[in-house]
Design a protein around this ligand. Sequence first.
Ligand SMILES: NC(=O)c1ccc[n+]([C@@H]2O[C@H](COP(=O)([O-])OP(=O)(O)OC[C@H]3O[C@@H](n4cnc5c(N)ncnc54)[C@H](O)[C@@H]3O)[C@@H](O)[C@H]2O)c1
Ligand SMILES: O=C(O)C[C@H](O)C(=O)O
Length: 354
Amino acid sequence: MESVANQRIARVSAHLQPPNSQMEESCVLKRTDCRAKGGAPGFKVAILGAAGGIGQPLAMLMKMNPLVSVLHLYDVVNAPGVTADISHMDTGAVVRGFLGQPQLENALTGMDLVIIPAGVPRKPGMTRDDLFKINAGIVRTLCEGVAKCCPNAIVNLISNPVNSTVPIAAEVFKKAGTYDPKRLLGVTMLDVVRANTFVAEVLGLDPREVDVPVVGGHAGVTILPLLSQAKPPSSFTPEETEYLTKRIQDGGTEVVQAKAGAGSATLSMAYAAVKFADACLRGLRGDAGVVECAFVASEVTELPFFATKVRLGRRGAEEVYQLGPLNEYERVGLQKAKKELAESIQKGTSFIRK
Ligand SMILES: NC(=O)c1ccc[n+]([C@@H]2O[C@H](COP(=O)([O-])OP(=O)(O)OC[C@H]3O[C@@H](n4cnc5c(N)ncnc54)[C@H](O)[C@@H]3O)[C@@H](O)[C@H]2O)c1
Ligand SMILES: O=C(O)C[C@H](O)C(=O)O
């Protein structure tokens, strides 16, 4: 006769996620039989592209974030392995893995925040725009999933070229009738992280004491650090300004060249993505005064999207801040940035509208 325990196991095993079920077949006590069933309070976060160079350290850092109660890891490859690995960390978030397109909807349903680092990275000699051909379609498919399964989620879009993928996402959401410009944020945090680091080096400060706004977009000359607004207030020689601006604009290329064909920034990007996601979650929680730079729908310039400081709240980017006073060097940089940005935005928009 079947034991009561086995009957209970048979009853609950129907609820197992597919990536876990193979592993659980060999166990006598199944995970769903365990006594602790209640999740900690917190937010539900999905990472799309979770098995990648950014995705893996990002998943690890989000598993360590006390604001996260449920972490969904989705990829078209290797999601079960990354999920099994991360799920053994003794932090609060419950981790579930999802593999391939048929599991995208389950990965997204009920999510508060969706972070998207899915897509191919650069190799030496490529621009971010060279990634458009492959990544535009990936972002479209994933955003269609978001529109269907979690239309109220905040989206943090990392996949390059950000200057075009954010307009693509906006058009997908418009088409689905779910577009809320406040909830769609292109992640430019790595530019701020780099600016803080490089400025701190020049000034001989701890980078944690430095805050440099970086506006515009996320590629080459569209990355515009506002050194005149750096905190603590500092003056820079023309040589320092030129060196810092170029180094911040070329930070991504510096890493691509150093990795020599093995991809682009992953670890510093995961750090930056978590810094930004944490700010979004604090905003969602209702914390006051959460302000970061992001590439968002904007009326700050004549362009429909632009990166500036935004205030993050329960509805996403609740306030988009003006540029503030610029010096002559920055005004010239702004004109160059806008020219290139306009083309990249148009390219993204027409990819969906055509
Ligand atoms: N915004 C930024 O500041 C910033 C910084 C660094 C990198 N990036 C960009 O992030 C992207 C990812 O970089 P990476 O180094 O992690 O690349 P990677 O190749 O290491 O990882 C990408 C992951 O995406 C997955 N993927 C591909 N198609 C998918 C799909 N349809 N659905 C779900 N997952 C899919 C791949 O399987 C892979 O695991 C690139 O486009 C890169 O240019 C942006
Ligand atoms: O440079 C890249 O291709 C990746 C990313 O956008 C970065 O800034 O590091």
